[in-house]
Design a protein around this ligand. Structure first.
Ligand code: SF4
Length: 371
């Protein structure tokens, strides 16, 4: 019989490592796919070869990286199976991964799918009924093998067709980790990550700010959220201003520098030229400017100053500048006023403003990111 190939979903956690190894131990060629989105492990896309080599060296597993962002940003609008404790749509997330994995199967010559799910390990997505929902709604059905709990689950095609010996699969159940750790030891796997997940959507500090942006009420409409917006959302100190402006302030020099790399067309960038303080981005400021914000095609067509034409934009810039001064360094015995340089496209102006009083902006704060 020619060698059978399986495609495994690979989170990088111990369960997914073990699932790959248990299947590979039966003579199956296992190709693993590690999906990334701006909410989990996106930074791996910067050096995919290094990641592939590291996984192969540590665990002997061949892994591919796949960016799942496009479908994922849409999924978060309204996940069919709802959210977990935070902003984590775990059931729909797994369904989407399995759908994408099935699309990859033909090119890889894979005959079935593998996941490291363990029955009863997680309250939302690994109950018996939700495991069934995931395989049904993804269309993977009997072509999905969960080797760590397979003996507690119905037989799959891989077992029925004799590709896999069911007797050599496992019957793990529940939240305990001792059996996984013992199996890892038996397989000679010593260096594996702790169970704490790297998914920001489960983070009690960061997920609420993602949820707030997805509620709408800002200049960034839910349909138009991009990967770059999500990356920005996870940086610095954030505010949703009255009128819908989305303002991001750096909290230190490192974040100020990082923000400058994240500026996009249509953003306004604010900073104080003569006082230490935050660099800030007012995202899609130009979109608050109505028709005046149309990008000019020639210098002659360019409006004198878009800031002077639109009250909504002007107000947002005034508030943004006042927040920049508020979080800037105070000058001992100096005036509390600060000069803030505002750059939008090819235009620059300076606003002189007083710092905003703390009680004014409390309700505009999207909770702080860590670090
Ligand atoms: S924790 Fe995050 S990556 Fe994992 S299933 Fe849930 S939403 Fe998806």
């Amino acid at each position: 019989m020619p060698q059978i190939t399986a495609l495994a979903l690979f989170s990088g956690g111990l369960d997914s490592i073990l699932a790959c190894r248990v299947v590979a131990a039966q003579g199956i060629r296992v190709v693993a796919v590690k999906f990334v989105t701006p909410f989990f492990d996106y930074e791996l896309l910067a050096a995919p070869d290094a990641y592939r080599q590291e996984v192969f060296k540590k665990y002997g597993i061949e892994v591919l990286l796949e960016d799942l962002s496009s479908g994922y940003l849409e999924l978060l609008h309204n996940p069919r199976h709802g959210f977990g404790k935070n902003f984590n749509p775990c059931i729909d997330c797994k369904i989407l991964m399995l759908v994408r994995a099935q699309e990859m199967m033909a090119a890889l010559g894979a005959s079935f799918l593998v996941t490291g799910e363990v029955l009863g390990q997680r309250p939302m997505s690994q109950r018996r009924d939700t495991l069934r929902v995931i395989e049904r709604d993804s269309g993977a059905d009997r072509f999905l093998l969960r080797p760590l709990s397979a003996k507690l689950l119905p037989e799959t095609e891989a077992e029925a067709r004799g590709w896999i010996d069911r007797e050599k699969l496992l019957d793990m159940n529940g939240r305990g980790r001792s059996r996984q750790i013992a199996l890892a030891r038996d397989l000679g796997i010593v260096d594996f990550p702790t169970p704490a997940g790297g998914c920001i959507l489960t983070d009690p500090n960061l997920s609420p700010r993602i949820a707030r942006i997805y509620q709408g009420n800002s200049i960034v409409s839910v349909e138009d959220i991009t990967v770059a917006d999500v990356r920005l959302l996870l940086t610095g100190r954030q505010f949703l201003l009255p009128g819908g402006g989305w303002l991001i302030l750096g909290r230190n020099e490192q974040e100020n520098a990082r923000l400058l790399t994240m500026v996009q067309d249509g953003d306004a960038v604010l900073s104080m030229p003569v006082r230490p303080g935050p660099t800030a981005i007012l995202r899609r400021a130009q979109a608050m400017d109505g028709p005046v914000s149309q990008a000019p095609r020639t210098a002659q067509e360019r409006p004198v100053s878009c800031y002077e034409h639109d009250t909504q934009l002007r107000e947002a810039l005034q508030l943004a500048a006042a927040l920049v001064v508020r979080f800037g360094k105070k000058i001992k015995d100096g005036s509390p006023e600060g000069n803030v340089r505002v750059t939008m496209g090819r235009e620059t102006q300076t606003l002189t403003v007083l710092p905003l009083a703390d009680q004014v902006f409390q309700e505009w704060i999207l909770n702080d990111a860590e670090g």
